[in-house]
Design a protein around this ligand. Structure first.
Ligand code: F0G
Length: 482
């Protein structure tokens, strides 16, 4: 921790930035929140932001931009080809990753689509520590299967393991041999792992994965969307990284992975997506898809002003003052909840604080969607919007049976540089109240279930009138408080 407080009990993560632009928030009365949630089909994605107090749905595309990012946007060059803005993005990628070969795409999943087109297909297996929803949807769409090789320690909700995103290395080597290198589309490392609590992967583990890939002759791909949080955890949890410069870590990774891609909605506090590589062989192979799906090679569907913000944001992703703020706030929230007895994923990861909904409502069966149910309850009693990261976020098996998630999580994302500590305190307070009143939380059932990415637009109904009873209890305890 950079700044030590005089009184240890006063110690909090101290923001090394100040707020110079604000957005008014709105907190509806509890009866209206109940109505809005039911109108939204008990799906937090279908709520309107005007009805949300603290939007903890995602950390994607909602990070606060800096003064320097806004300033950079003014000098955007919108020439269709050969524009200076793209050169500045390339310079930033060169600085952060040391890569010369850069392809723009409109966001992270567009990069996944391009990887799917180039490397996936019938009979091809994409190996990864853990899947992400859009990655899996793209790779399986073209006929590939996805296999997860997470170290089993990663699925234990509460432990002291600092790197719960690590690959099971033994299984990786073995699976490549069993599948045969020609049938492996690639090995994808997601750092950190979105669906299991933003848990990081150690540098040692990542380098071991790439060694295995080189040894076996398969392509290694790094999904770096959450890498800035992951690098903070490497610096603070992994002995060999303590004295390494942040940039040194980015560069070392780029030296070892064949292909890196990321959602700039996360890494770089902006929007858009990037695929880069040290080896032009890969970008040459991938670039044919950019004009087809994205746009010309110098903008890839991203607005030029946004590309300027991305370039500046990439430099900021090297700054420990900035990259530590998200993880430290998440840690503060997770620790406070854990001390109260609320089941949260520990150690705290990046991206957000993850409530372990499976343990929050342990008697609720998976097919009543505990993670989604906890999320609807939390919105109703607080105006806080989280995101279901449990069974609803899974896809049914091809035969239509439900695929129950390994972990039923309700994710409370902490967009970077956005919330103040008093808002985080409010979150902790309301979650504690919900924990103490968890017996009021009931299940949900589908009323409209889309086949693909159902968590985005599916609609559900509460089973019985538990939400009304929850509201009654809230009023009893809080009187006329919002
Ligand atoms: N990879 C990871 C690890 C992600 O977390 C995401 C997005 C993507 C790829 C796709 O990027 O949104 O730019 O297309 N995660 C968001 C979230 C959607 O809320 O967790 P994208």
């Amino acid at each position: 921790m950079a700044v030590k407080f005089y009184k240890s009990e006063n110690q909090v993560p101290l923001e090394m930035h100040k707020v110079r632009m604000v957005q008014k928030l709105n907190l509806l009365p509890v009866d209206e929140r109940l109505k809005k949630m039911q109108e939204a089909g008990n799906n937090t994605f279908l709520l309107q932001n005007r009805d949300v107090f603290l939007d903890m749905l995602t950390d994607s595309g909602v990070n606060a931009m800096s003064d320097l990012q806004f300033a950079a946007m003014m000098r955007a060059d919108d020439a269709y080809a050969g524009c200076e803005t793209f050169n500045r993005v390339k310079d930033a990628i060169k600085e952060v990753f040391g890569c010369d070969n850069v392809l723009p795409a409109h966001q992270g999943r567009a990069c996944e689509n391009i990887l799917a087109e180039a490397f996936c297909g019938q009979g091809k297996v994409a190996l990864m520590n853990f899947h992400f929803t859009t990655a899996k949807a793209h790779f399986t769409r073209v006929g590939s299967t996805v296999e997860e090789l997470i170290d089993p320690a990663g699925l234990i909700p509460k432990s002291n393991n600092p790197f719960k995103g690590n690959f099971n290395l033994e299984n990786l080597a073995e699976r490549i041999d069993q599948i045969g290198r020609d049938n492996v589309a690639f090995v994808r490392v997601e750092s950190g792992t979105n669906l299991i609590g933003g848990q990081p992967v150690s540098l040692e583990n990542m380098l071991a994965v790439t060694d295995i890939c080189h040894d076996k002759g398969v392509i290694s791909v790094l999904d770096a969307s959450l890498l800035q949080d992951n690098i903070y955890f490497m610096k603070t949890r992994e002995a060999r990284c303590k004295y390494m410069d942040v940039k040194e870590i980015y560069h070392l990774l780029a030296d070892h992975f064949d292909i890196i891609y990321f959602s700039a909605r996360k890494l770089s506090f902006s929007k858009g997506g990037i695929i880069c590589s040290k080896d032009p062989k890969y970008t040459r192979q991938l670039q044919v898809y950019i004009p087809l799906y994205e746009g010309f090679l110098t903008y890839g569907g991203i607005d030029v002003r946004t590309m300027e913000a991305m370039a500046q944001g990439l430099y900021e992703s090297l700054d420990m003052d900035y990259i530590s703020q998200g993880p430290m706030f998440i840690e503060t929230l997770a620790r406070e909840l854990d001390e109260y007895g609320v089941p949260v994923i520990l150690p705290a990861g990046g991206l957000g604080c993850h409530l372990n909904a499976g343990a929050f409502v342990p008697d609720m069966p998976h097919n009543q969607y505990p993670a989604a149910a906890v999320g609807t309850a939390l919105y109703i009693i607080s105006g806080i919007r989280g995101m279901e990261r449990g069974t609803v976020s899974e896809q049914r098996e091809p035969d239509g049976t439900e695929r129950y998630a390994e972990l039923e999580l309700q994710r409370l994302a902490c967009p970077r540089r956005v919330f103040t500590l008093s808002q985080i305190k409010y979150v902790a307070d309301r979650v504690k109240w919900l924990w103490d009143n968890r017996q009021y939380i009931g299940g949900l059932q589908w009323t409209e279930e889309p086949e693909v990415l159902r968590f985005f637009f599916g609609r559900m109904k509460e089973i019985g009138n538990w939400q009304e009873r929850l509201v009654e209890k809230f009023k009893e305890d809080f009187g006329d408080s919002l």
